[in-house]
Each structure stands twice: as structure tokens, then as C-alpha cells.
Write a protein that binds this ligand. Structure first.
Ligand code: AMP
Length: 399
């Protein structure tokens, strides 16, 4: 059974076609600049050449039409007809409190996702456009919504409530939700599988360190805390997002710089994080790492502040779970940054009895433990695969 996985942003659309039985990737690609001049589609059949071309796309329906044409193309396509695509799995960023797991999309689910638009105004409307575009072109194909927030719905109220007037929770559902849930679930389960241990017996901390970054505490197979909050702005220092700050800074800077709340939010989301800390050197960790190695002061500051914040979250989640068995690193930086992992483990995690194996820490692309066998806590690198996780959840609901 082939599952098409769609991850729709406001002007982009990533897709993968996955064989759900053997979990092999069949084809993948990306539509960019949808609705903007210079729209591009790139498409790679597994084992084949990547092809990219500029082609006008007025909207997401145009983009999905091109994706389906590419997949069924006589020469470079991977399926003969759309009937060979059995279901579509959509990544949905915010499911609010309504969705604790993936669900088959019907009119009621669409209405409930729309109700969450206020909580994720940049993401959910784009996700909905993707669903509607697919429904238009493949009306008979079942669709499944897989939520970024769902895995974190097991958090207890003491972890998800803010110290704010209770009425804001009652009236507007202001609380912590957490994101990257599909990744945290996939990585924590995979870690248990690789170690040959029972998922339900472990205390796992997952550090998803990408351009967006979050940490989660997974105790006995359930998420008990995570670092992102009402929105993905809370928690770690990220590529361009500030993560945790004193909320009074917003008023302070607004007065000093004569900025509106919207302008300050743009600063916090797009101009802060390692980009801001490094005085605009880069939001890309490859540049920060290169600068750190050269001894560039601002790169050193950005790297050390980033690593310190991750280590503090690991410490607080160790307390939240009263211990930790496994710490996993994943996503762009977590998977590819041996230096970041070394700074975090060597400088701050000695109290957990962690000893890194330098050779294993320098390997890439493998699901492995990077600590020595006598290390009291196991540190692992587990490459995340959100698309496969979405395909699995979709398959589970439709077959
Ligand atoms: P993601 O959001 O998971 O795609 O991760 C993007 C981040 O991963 C960017 O900051 C990249 O710089 C970072 N990244 C990718 N490759 C490497 C690498 N080889 N070393 C360090 N960081 C990397």
C-alpha cells in the first residue's frame, strides 16, 4: 500500500511517497514559492535522478496537481495511476487539546482543525489548504491528519499550565502544547528498539535540534514534558527563535525601539536565536560550528549559549522523571553535529556518568549509542524520519 505524505507550508509543499508495507521510500520532492513568481518543483524517484524545474503554481492545488503528474509520469513516474496511491497522510502542526492521536479526516475533523487556526496562524491554514487541494484532486482517497502536538497530549497539567490567570486557559486554551511530536515519538520508540529494551520501562530525553529545536521527556512510553509551549517559540535557543526569555523584555524593547508587538514578535521568531546571538553571523549551525572552531567570539558565544540551554533542559527533565536512562540527539544539528553533542555531554552531563565514545560520536546517519558500554546513562544519535512516522500512522488507520 502506497502512502503519499504531504507537509504543506504557506508557500511550500514537501512530499514523499512511501510503501507502507516495506517502509521504502518510492519518491520524494518539494514545491517552492507557491503563489510567488519563480515557483519550482523538484522530484526524485528513489534511485533515480533529481529533476528540478521552474513552473508556474498559482496555489497549492496547482502544486499538488504537479506532484501527482510527476508521480504518474510515463517516463520518470513511479506509479501507473493515482489508484496506486491508497491514502494521503497530512502533517498538521496544531491539534489543540482535541487531538491526542492521528485521525481520518472528515468534515468534523476539518472543522476542528480550523478551530485551532488561532493557535498556529502561520501553519494550520496552510496545512488545511493542502488537505483541500488533495480532496479536490483525489476525492475518493482517504486522508489522515497527523498532528505535531498529539504526542505531547499525555503531559500532566502541572507541566502544561502556565502561571497565568486560569481564565485564559478556560477562555482561550492558553497552555503549553509542544511541537515536533511526530519526531519525539519516532525517536524515543526507535531508541528503545535499537537498545532491545521495553519502551514502557525507560526514561528517555529526546533533543530534537534542528533549525527549530525542542526537548521532550518520555517516561514509560508517554511524554511528560516538552520545551515548546503554546507556540514553537518557547524553550531552546533555535536557529532564529529566541526560546525562553523574560516576558518583560517585550515591553522594554517596545519602548526603547518604538516597536509594535507584531514587530517584536518578528524579532523573536526570525532575528533572534543563534542568528541574533552571533550578531547575524548565521542561523546555520555549520557556520556557527566553523566560527567556533576558528575562535570567532560571537560564534563561540552562540554555540556555548545554545549548548548550555540544551544541558539545562536535560537537567530539568532528569528531575521531572526522577532519573534518565537514555538521551537521544536528532534532527539537523543533533544528527550531524558531533561538536555540539560533545560540548553538551562533556561540559554538563558528567553527573549522569556519561562517557562519550569519540569514534562513535563522529559517525553519521546511523541509529547508534555514542557512549562507552560502561557509561551509566546511554546517549544515542537517532536520525529522525517524520515522513515515515506519518506514513505509519496513516497506514495504521486505513488498512
Ligand atoms: P533541520 O531543521 O532538522 O533540517 O536542521 C537544520 C539545521 O541542521 C541547520 O542549522 C543546519 O545547519 C544543521 N546542520 C545540517 N548539517 C549539519 C552539519 N553537518 N553540521 C552541523 N549542523 C548541521
Amino acid at each position: 500500500m502506497n502512502i503519499l505524505v504531504i507537509n504543506c507550508g504557506s508557500s511550500s509543499l514537501k512530499f514523499q511517497l512511501i510503501n507502507a508495507e516495506n517502509e521504502k521510500l518510492i519518491a520524494k520532492g518539494l514545491c517552492e514559492r507557491i503563489g510567488i513568481e519563480g515557483s519550482m518543483i523538484s522530484y526524485t524517484p528513489d534511485g533515480g535522478e533529481k529533476e528540478s524545474r521552474e513552473v508556474p503554481m498559482e496555489n497549492h492545488t496547482d502544486a499538488i496537481r504537479l506532484v501527482l503528474e510527476a508521480l504518474t509520469n510515463e517516463k520518470t513516474g513511479v506509479v501507473k495511476s493515482l489508484s496506486e496511491i491508497s491514502a494521503v497522510g497530512h502533517r498538521i502542526v496544531h491539534g489543540g487539546e482535541k487531538f491526542a492521536q492521528a485521525t481520518i479526516i472528515d468534515e468534523e475533523v476539518l472543522a476542528a482543525i480550523t478551530e485551532c487556526n488561532d493557535l498556529a496562524p502561520l501553519h494550520n491554514p496552510a496545512n488545511l489548504i493542502g488537505i483541500n487541494a488533495c480532496k479536490e484532486l483525489m476525492p475518493e482517497t482517504p486522508m489522515v491528519a497527523v498532528f505535531d502536538t498529539a504526542f505531547h497530549q499525555t503531559m500532566p497539567d502541572k507541566a502544561y499550565m502556565y502561571g497565568l490567570p486560569y481564565e485564559y486557559y478556560e477562555k482561550y486554551k492558553v497552555r503549553r502544547y509542544g511541537f515536533h511530536g511526530t519526531s519525539h515519538a519516532y525517536v524515543s520508540k526507535k531508541a528503545a528498539e535499537v537498545l532491545g529494551k521495553n519502551y514502557e520501562d525507560l526514561k528517555i530525553i529526546v533533543c530534537h535540534l534542528g533549525n527549530g529545536a525542542s526537548v521532550s521527556a518520555v517516561k514509560n512510553g508517554q511524554c511528560v514534558d516538552t520545551s515548546m509551549g503554546l507556540t514553537p517559540l518557547e524553550g531552546l535557543i533555535m536557529g532564529t527563535r529566541s526560546g525562553d526569555i523574560d516576558p518583560a523584555i517585550i515591553e522594554f524593547i517596545a519602548h526603547k525601539e518604538n516597536k509594535s508587538i507584531d514587530e517584536i514578535m518578528t524579532v523573536l521568531n526570525k532575528k533572534s536565536g543563534v542568528l541574533g546571538l552571533s550578531d547575524n553571523l548565521s542561523s546555520d549551525f555549520r557556520d556557527i560550528e566553523a566560527g567556533y572552531i576558528k575562535g570567532d567570539e560571537k560564534a563561540v558565544l552562540a554555540m556555548e549559549t545554545f549548548a548550555y540551554r540544551v544541558a539545562k533542559y536535560i537537567g530539568s527533565y532528569t528531575a521531572a522523571m526522577n532519573g534518565v536512562d537514555v538521551i537521544c540527539f536528532t534532527a539537523g544539528v543533533g544528527e550531524n553535529g558531533p561538536l555540539v553533542r560533545r560540548i553538551i555531554c562533556d561540559n554538563y552531563l558528567g553527573y549522569l556518568g556519561i562517557t562519550l565514545d569519540e569514534e562513535l560520536n563522529n559517525k553519521r546517519g546511523l541509529d547508534i549509542a555514542i557512549t562507552t558500554p560502561d557509561s551509566k546513562t546511554t546517549v544515542m544519535v537517532i536520525p529522525t524520519n517524520e515522513e515515515l512516522a506519518i506514513a505509519r500512522e496513516t497506514y495504521a488507520l486505513v488498512h
